[in-house]
Design a protein around this ligand. Structure first.
Ligand code: NAP
Length: 292
């Protein structure tokens, strides 16, 4: 038996698997599209032929796929539940606290140890000091997987046994991003109202790389530059709205932002930078001026 299996080798799963392999763990990989396993197999990992073999290959299974619908489709089959007893599942796909609780509850019923995690950084940060991952769930699962999680770099923070905590912090962090997006766009309109170049605005944030990054997208009209699309941000916003419903908390802010995202998606900007929201919030329909 190896040390760890990584299930899901998309952009994020590949980055996780690469960091784990680099740290020297004996790795097994599985991906729905088998071609994505080849680079890891070429570097010494075992490629599992199917999902049950992937789960049987290691005491710790790390999952990183699209969402919990995909996670549950992998777990809740005829064969996988019988393999899970005594193993640790570290689930790093994005979702809501309720989804984490449901999957954790299901795993406990199969005598598996379950840790739920959320990744608050891009794939390029994994394995570096910039990695930021929140995990929560069974303490035993955390202790079993701590070395593995440490290999992912940066900050891996255990938030305790409440399995929904990592998702809640992830959604909370994302919410601040939407506040920033709305603020930058309105700031751009304010600058534009008095013909002040956005380059003036950019200089106000010497210690904050993110605000100038997004403001510069508007300044340069480089709406086709992105690490994640406006549609991906819209999907994450839906999870924030869902948590408002599940937890019975006020949803006025995410509902308001979701209305603006809908306008942008309806206008065909879903595959552009999230700053394309600006295009539906301009003061008027005049072309955006580049400042000198
Ligand atoms: P991605 O590149 O689109 O990869 C998605 C992965 O999920 C692929 O391995 C895909 O398999 C697999 N998958 C989807 N549906 C499946 C199903 N029904 N059964 C089995 N496998 C399935 O996405 P990603 O960027 O790796 O994101 C993965 C997770 O990380 C998501 O929950 C995302 O929110 C989270 N995350 C991503 C980022 C980021 O910047 N990329 C940042 C933080 C968190 P195929 O290869 O066969 O399609």
């Amino acid at each position: 038996m190896g040390d760890v299996t990584v299930v899901g080798l998309g952009l994020m799963g590949s980055a996780l698997a690469r960091a784990i392999q680099y740290a020297g763990f004996e790795l097994t990989v599985w991906n729905r599209s088998p071609a994505k396993m080849q680079p890891f197999v070429a570097d010494g990992a075992s490629g599992a032929p199917d999902v049950p073999s992937a789960f049987a290959a290691s005491p710790v299974i790390l999952i990183c796929v699209d969402n919990y619908v995909a996670v549950n489709a992998l777990l809740q089959t005829d064969t996988v539940p019988g393999i899970l007893a005594g193993r640790t599942v570290v689930q790093l796909s994005t979702g809501t606290p309720l989804e984490a609780q449901e999957t954790s509850h299901w795993a406990a019923g199969k005598n598996a140890s379950y840790l739920d995690g959320k990744i608050l950084c891009g794939p390029d940060s994994i394995g570096t000091d910039n990695a930021k991952i929140m995990v929560s769930g069974a303490e035993m699962a955390y202790e079993t997987s701590q070395n593995l999680l440490d290999s992912l770099g940066g900050e891996v923070r255990y938030l305790g046994e409440n399995v929904g905590a990592a998702s809640a912090v992830d959604l909370a962090w994302l919410t601040t991003c939407y506040g920033r997006f709305m603020g930058i766009i309105h700031a751009a309109n304010l600058c534009r109202s008095e013909s002040v170049g956005l380059d003036e605005f950019l200089t106000l944030f010497p210690d904050d790389p993110d605000t100038p990054y997004y403001a510069k997208i508007i300044h340069d009209r480089s709406f086709d530059t992105y690490t994640s699309t406006l549609q991906v941000w819209a999907d994450a916003l839906r999870r924030i709205q869902q948590q408002g419903i599940d937890a019975n908390i006020n949803t006025e802010f995410p509902d308001f932002v979701a209305g603006i995202f809908k306008k942008a998606i309806d206008a065909g900007y879903g595959q552009e930078n999230v700053m394309s929201l600006y295009k539906v919030l301009q003061l008027d329909n005049a072309p955006i001026q580049k400042s000198k």
